[in-house]
Design a protein around this ligand. Sequence first.
Ligand code: GLA
Length: 371
Amino acid sequence: MENPTITAYAPGRINIIGEHTDYNNGFVLPASIDKKAVVQLKKNGKDSTICHFVAKNVDEIFEFDLNEFEPIGGGWENYIMGVVAELQALGGQITGFDCELEGDVPIGSGMSSSAALECSLAVGLNELFDLGFEKWQLIKAAQMAEHHFVGIECGIMDQFASVMGKKNQVMLLDCKSLEFEYFPLDLEDYELLLLNTNVSHALASSEYNTRKRECEKGVEIAQQKYLEVTSLRDLTVEMLSEVIGEMPEKVASRCRHIVTENDRVQAATKALVAKDFARLGELIYESHNSLQVDYEVSCKELDFLVEYTKDKDYILGGRMMGGGFGGCTINIIQKTKVNDFIQLAAAVYQKEFNKDLTPHSVSLENGAGVL
Ligand code: GLA
């Protein structure tokens, strides 16, 4: 075909455990899910420099010129311009194109609708213009789009999971070496249930970068005793105990979260393999507590939902998922109890906050691709 239309897609992600560890070179345990962003791309002329977008979900259009574009406002436009800019920076030869985008990853839910959008476009443009980039380059480009055009200095977890995910598998990713391993997620009588607080994470971007700075401060202080430490990933609990007294209180708490969370990711992976779901649940509760108290990225709605599960013996664990300040909790719940629990939780949540609770059952699906 002369001028084919390319359809590419990239999913959102869940994360079993390992929150805010990625930009500290630590460990995460995410998986790609059955909700995704889809782009349809077509070249619009070999001399054209115009990129034209139709965002079907929000019924908006946007256009920019490849010769001159820069971040604007705070919307979806920055994600797509960012991806184009990063692929160009890698040497990708891109000419004008038309793009229709849509998706069903709930926005602001902590399921990473933004990474889904970035990765679907990166994968699609790679195919459309025959750029020949490898998956890890597309992952990096999507992450850098967020740094340079959106202003969030995110880690690599979301984009990695969106591109590398595999059906029914979670991945243990070492964010330092980018080595990873798949593990089947078979929870037997249990399943994952996400509960969306419908609180949009407005604070997330500024606080996110602040947390990153606080972690860097922690590294600086640790280096005074341990020269070899280049990120919080290099600190063990024992090493941290030797230097924590030198740290300002907030920095100390942030470091405690990261160092203990890295250990929890390892322990959770072992529990998953051993099918010790009770232990996995405990670790998930501990993760929430650490995110709430030490890292301070939770919010009252997330805390309420996690607390509400604790006296239910059919729920093994629950915690906030993603960047925080809103979005979803992720819970391990007995399959037969899901419907009853959703009804109960939605009613108490409505009563407490006068807000709807949106449940999502998710399945794990393959990562990004071209149709
Ligand atoms: C957001 C970021 C990720 C990660 C999580 C928290 O989703 O995009 O890189 O840091 O928050 O774990």
